[in-house]
Design a protein around this ligand. Structure first.
Ligand code: F3S
Length: 69
């Protein structure tokens, strides 16, 4: 059985393109500088897993890690 997904934004790589936030607003928040952070502890509810992968593949800086716990 597949594990639960977890997302993490690499702050060194994120340049504030905000595609993650527009594609998956449930999973990402932007700070006052426009850089993204994962919501909460980054755990992805099952019904949002597709959005997590979508956001990851659309980040131009490859700043989003998606891992299985
Ligand atoms: Fe940053 Fe990528 Fe989102 S650059 S704001 S993590 S689309």
């Amino acid at each position: 059985m597949a594990g639960k997904l977890k997302i993490r934004v690499d702050q060194d790589k994120c340049q504030g393109h905000a595609r993650c936030k527009s594609l998956a607003p449930e999973l990402f928040d932007l700070d006052e500088f426009g850089n993204a952070h994962e919501v909460g502890d980054g755990s992805v509810p099952e019904h949002l897993e597709d959005k997590a992968w979508l956001a990851q593949s659309n980040c131009p800086e490859i700043a989003i890690d998606v891992t299985e716990e």
